[in-house]
Design a protein around this ligand. Sequence first.
Ligand code: UD1
Ligand code: MG
Length: 451
Amino acid sequence: PFLDPVPSVPALYTSSGFSILAFVTTLYLVPALGPRFVQANLKGRDLLKTYSTPIPESQGLVCASVYLLSLILFIPFAFSNVFADRFSNQQKSVHGLAIDEFPHHQLSVYLSSIISLMMATLLGFLDDVFDIRWRHKLPVPIIASIPLLIVYFAERGNTNVVVPKPLRPLIGSLINLGYLYMSLLSTFSTNSVNILAGINGSEVLQAITITISVIVNDLLYLPWPIDWRIPLHLLGNQSEIGSEIRIGGVWSAGMAHGSRVLVERHLFSLYFMLPLLGVCTGFLYHNWYPARAFPGDTLCYLTGMAFAVVGIQAHFSKTLLLFFLPQILNFLLSCPQLSGMAPCPRHRLPRFDPETNLLHPSTVAFERPPSMRTSSTLHLLSLLGLTRRTKHPKSGQIFEATNQTILNLFLITLGPMTEKQLVKVLGATQVAGSVFAFLIRYGLAGLVYDG
Ligand code: UD1
Ligand code: MG
C-alpha cells in the first residue's frame, strides 16, 4: 500500500541554512541598493525627524526578492526525502515492488503559497508606487488567497466524505464560513500591520514577533528526540487524528497517519517562516531608529500574506489570529476613521516635537461639526481613555480629536516619549500579546478539556 513519505526533518536544517543566507543577503543588499531606490524616486521623508534626507522607501522589495528566491531554491530540498525514497524504490522495483508516487498535493501547497506571496508583493509594490485607494486594494489579498483556498479545499475534499449524510448540509455551510474567514484573514493580515506603522522599525518588529510566535508554535508539533506526550486535543485537529500524538521517539512506518500530517504541516510552516525571519531581522538592522531604509507597503503585504499562507495551509488560522492581538485592537480603534465616520488624514503617525525630541499624540481637525453618531462614538472612546477630544468651550461640539491608533493610545496613557521608546513599547506589547495568545491557546484549552 502507498505510504506517505516520511516528513523530511533534515530539510529543516537546510531551511535554517537558507534563512541565515537570506539574513546575510538582506543585510548586505538593503544599503547597497538604497541609492538605486532613491534614484528611481522610491524615497520618503522621515516625518518624525528634523532632517529631510531622502530615505529609500519600499525596500521591502529587496526582502521579498530574497525571500521568494530562498523559497524557490528550497523546493528540491523540501522533497529530498521523496528523491531518496524513489532511489531506493527503484532498486527495489527490480524485484517487482511498486515505485511510490510523488506527493503532488504537498507540491501544490508549496506552489500555490508562492503564487499568493508573489501577488502580495506585486500589490504592495504597486501601492508604494501609485498609492492605491483603500477600496481598490482591499479585495486583492482575497483574490490572492484563491490558490491557497483551492488547495485547502482539495485536501478537505477527502475528509468531507466522513461527515454523516444528515449533517452534511449543516457542516457544509460551516465549512463555507471557514473559507470566508480564511479569505478575510489574508486581507486582515496584510493591512493590519500596514496601519500600525509610521515609527522607525514598527512594521518589521511586528512581523518578527509574529514570525517567532508561529515558529515556536510549529516547534511544539515536531518529533523531538525526547519521549514527550502532549494530549492531542491541546494541539487541535482532533477530528482528523487519534486521541494522542506521540511527540518524540523515532520516525517509523507505524507512526499514525494523523500525526505525520500534523508534523508535515508544521514543517511546511517552518519552511516559510524561517527565511521570513531571516529577511526581516536583516532588514530591521537598517530600519531601526534612526531608519536608513523604509519597508514600504511591499514588506507589510509580503509578511501579512506569508502569515495567511501558513495559517491556512498548515491549518492553524485561528491560532494565528491570536498572535495579531495588538493589530486587532488597532484595527478596532481605527474603525471610526477607516469607515469615514471621523476624518482620516493621509498620515496618522504621532506628532513630533523637535524642541524636546518627544512624540505626542497626533490630532485631526473636524472641518464640519461631527454628526451625532460620530460625536457619541468619540465621547465613548474618550470616556474609555482611548482617545482625546477637544470641545468648543461654548457649543460643546468636538472640533479636534486624536487619531485613533494604539501608538497614539500609548502616548495618551504613558505620556510623551521618544520614537525609540515608543517602538520598544510596541514591541513589548506584541510580545505580551503572543504570550497571552499561547496561554489562551494551550492553557485555557487545558481547562476546557481534561487530560
Ligand atoms: C499607513 C497609515 C498612516 C501612517 C503610515 C505610516 C492608516 C490608515 N494609514 O499609511 O496613518 O502614517 O502608514 O507608514 O493608518 N514614515 C516615517 N517613519 C517611518 C515609516 C514611515 O516617517 O518609520 C513615513 C515616511 O514619510 C514614508 C511614509 O510614512 O514615506 C510611508 O507611508 P505609507 O506606508 O505609504 O503609508 P500607508 O501605508 O498608506
Ligand atoms: Mg504603509
